[in-house]
Design a protein around this ligand. Structure first.
Ligand code: GTP
Ligand code: SPV
Ligand code: MN
Length: 586
């Protein structure tokens, strides 16, 4: 493998401090992967699945105290606290040097240090970026090989340049007391110690492609977003691409792989989690998926809800924290019913039986890692260096009440307000309470590497530069009735909502203007073949001005936290909404 001077120099420095026993440059080859898998099987950190039913696939159990992102241990180390903003934990860079760097001293003793070069984005695209993660976790190296374009290809892309994001990762002693994920936006560097799980450890994903890239995008005039990307073709053959931002575990992967419950519609999966967007020469917004694989939520994934994901999971998959059947196949809640008296091994490795054991068999944030090319709906556009043109942007969250199934923002600035005031109930993707509503602008609160007041300003600026800005919508698949049952069938039936959205884009669908935006008229949604009665649809599409005024108050308090960094036009949107709600409530 061709070496790069700047990378070599940096790797040497890190090794001098972390003191690994061995150094291994990962080339991304099959033989390398087989070798790493074999050594992990031997050490017990990978369990091979049935080689006939799940060839090339493994189960990994992470430490039980290390099963989700830990937002309270994630920091932005910018020179000024104000540049991290009120939604980030800030760490003085000097304190990072003094308190966190010493934790890396000798942290790789007796271990192998893997040097993992990767490209985010299609090879040869001017939008792509190179990163190098050094890690003492073979699990991380194997995951990065599935999630990114990893190995020799990245060093080729970098050439003899020195512009790469530096990621230093060590498992340390896995103690939450000594766990830190620290980002240095100015020097494009990430330090992560004490966790081997997901977004804490696969530094290409949230740390590089969102926190560092969001800063780079702010400086260079593009956007790094927590969005899936999907192409949708209607029965007449007209295709639109859509990007959607939902908070963690709120439905991006499922929407990206949807199997439409309407005849004649086709779906192409481009990305399921991260989206980098640039203004093209035509003045439109173009999107690339920087990743090359999926790290998807397992529970709830089934042949019924997401057949494309299930088809992708047949071979060469790393499952993390799922349950294991005695025939060495994976299982999780929502996959298929367990047989009567069936005993499983749960995510911790203990025997488990439905109704007899406490807690779920799979961890609620159990995940699968799989290369994107294994998904039947992934097409050629994922590798297109130009990306795909975006016709609509969708924000959404989990709201048991209030937010209607779908509404359309009045224009770009109002859409930015809708994104900035996104509220969603928390999920198992991060540690902490589940089901608590929180403000999560653009689904980026855990992932924006700078002050979100400036981030809102960046969105507004991007809108000004766009010739034909995408229309902006808000969806909510998660309204429930008094018994807590979902009112909307979701999954494949979400195509009905996407159909209306794309007809709005083409100026062909009716809507009723409300204070919060445009809502489908009673007959505008295609509900053919769906058994939903009129009162239920009315409830799903209702806008209650009194309840929205309460929401407005809550959002007003949230936006105030940005003080003088809050753009005045967002403040103006807030007041305009207050006036419209006031008029419709009286
Ligand atoms: P991250 O990878 O954490 O960013 O999550 P994500 O946004 O990709 O979420 P994902 O699609 O994996 O969905 C998370 C959970 O929500 C799964 O358990 C899904 O089964 C469930 N879910 C997804 N779409 C729907 C829907 O339309 N209706 C309902 N009721 N549940 C859904
Ligand atoms: C998320 O939490 O939004 C994820 C999973 O996509 S992780 O990579 O662990 O952050
Ligand atoms: Mn995510």
């Amino acid at each position: 493998m061709s070496m790069n001077k700047a990378v070599e120099e940096w790797v040497k420095q890190v090794a001098e401090h972390t003191k690994p026993e061995r150094l291994r440059w990962c080339d991304g080859s099959d033989s390398e992967a087989r070798e790493l898998e074999a050594s992990m099987v031997e050490s017990g950190s990978l369990v091979p699945l049935d080689p006939k039913k799940f060839p090339g696939s493994f189960l990994h159990r992470s430490d039980p105290t290390d099963v989700a992102r830990t937002e309270h241990l994630t920091f932005i180390a910018s020179a000024n606290r104000a540049d991290a903003g009120p939604t980030n934990n800030w760490m003085n860079p000097a304190n990072a040097e003094g308190d966190v760097w010493p934790l890396f001293a000798g942290s790789m003793k007796g271990r192998t240090m893997f040097v993992v070069p990767y490209v985010m984005g299609p090879a040869g695209s001017k939008h792509s970026r190179v990163g190098v993660e050094v890690t003492d976790s073979a699990y991380v190296a194997l995951n990065l090989r599935l999630m990114t374009r990893m190995g020799a290809v990245a060093l080729r892309e970098l050439g003899d340049g020195d512009r790469f994001v530096k990621g230093i990762h060590s498992l340390g002693d896995l103690s939450p007391e000594r766990r830190f994920i620290v980002h240095f936006p100015a020097k494009r560097e990430i330090w992560s110690i004490g966790s081997g799980y997901g977004g804490n450890a696969l530094l290409s994903k949230k740390c590089h492609a969102l926190r560092i890239a969001s800063v780079e995008g702010f400086e260079q005039g593009w956007m790094a977003e927590h969005m899936m990307i999907v192409g949708i073709t209607n029965p007449q053959g007209k295709k639109h691409y859509v990007a959607a931002a939902f908070p963690s575990a709120c439905g991006k992967t499922n929407l990206a792989m949807l199997v439409p419950n309407l005849p004649g519609w086709k779906v192409e999966t481009v990305g399921d989690d991260i989206c980098w967007m640039h203004i093209g020469e035509d003045g439109r917004l173009w999107a690339v998926n920087p990743e090359a694989g999926f790290f998807g939520v397992a529970p709830g994934t089934s042949v019924k809800t997401n057949p494309n994901a299930m088809a992708a999971l047949g071979h060469d998959v790393i499952f993390t924290n799922v349950a294991l059947r005695d025939d060495l196949t994976p299982w999780w809640e929502g996959m298929d019913p367990v047989r009567e008296h069936e005993q499983l091994t749960d995510w911790r490795g203990s025997r488990w039986q439905k109704g007899q054991s406490t807690g779920p068999a799979a961890h609620p944030n159990a995940r699968f890692t799989v290369a994107a090319r294994q998904c039947p709906t992934v097409g050629a556009s994922i590798a297109d260096p130009r990306g795909v043109p975006i016709s609509a942007i969708i924000f959404g969250g989990r709201r048991a009440r209030l937010a209607p199934l779908v509404y359309e923002a009045r224009d770009w600035n109002h859409g930015v307000y809708v994104g900035a005031t996104l509220v969603s109930e928390t999920t198992a993707a991060a540690t902490g309470a589940v089901g608590v509503p929180r403000n999560d602008p653009m689904a980026m609160v855990p992932f924006c590497g700078y002050n979100m007041g400036d981030y809102f300003g960046h969105w507004l600026q991007m809108g000004k530069r766009l010739v034909n800005p995408p229309r902006i919508f808000h969806v909510n698949w998660f309204r429930t009735n008094e018994e807590g049952k979902f009112l909307w069938p979701g999954f494949g039936d979400n195509i009905r909502v996407l159909k209306w959205i794309l007809e709005r884009v083409d100026n062909r669908a009716p809507a009723r203007a409300t204070a919060i935006g445009n809502v489908p008229t009673a007959d505008a949604l295609d509900l053919a073949g769906l058994d939903l009665n009129v009162p239920r649809m009315d409830e799903l599409l209702a806008v209650d001005p009194g309840a929205w005024l309460e929401e407005l108050t809550r959002n007003g308090a949230f936006l105030q936290r940005f003080e003088d960094r809050l753009p005045s036009s967002l403040q103006a949107e807030h007041h305009a909404l207050r006036d419209r709600l006031g008029r419709s409530a009286s």
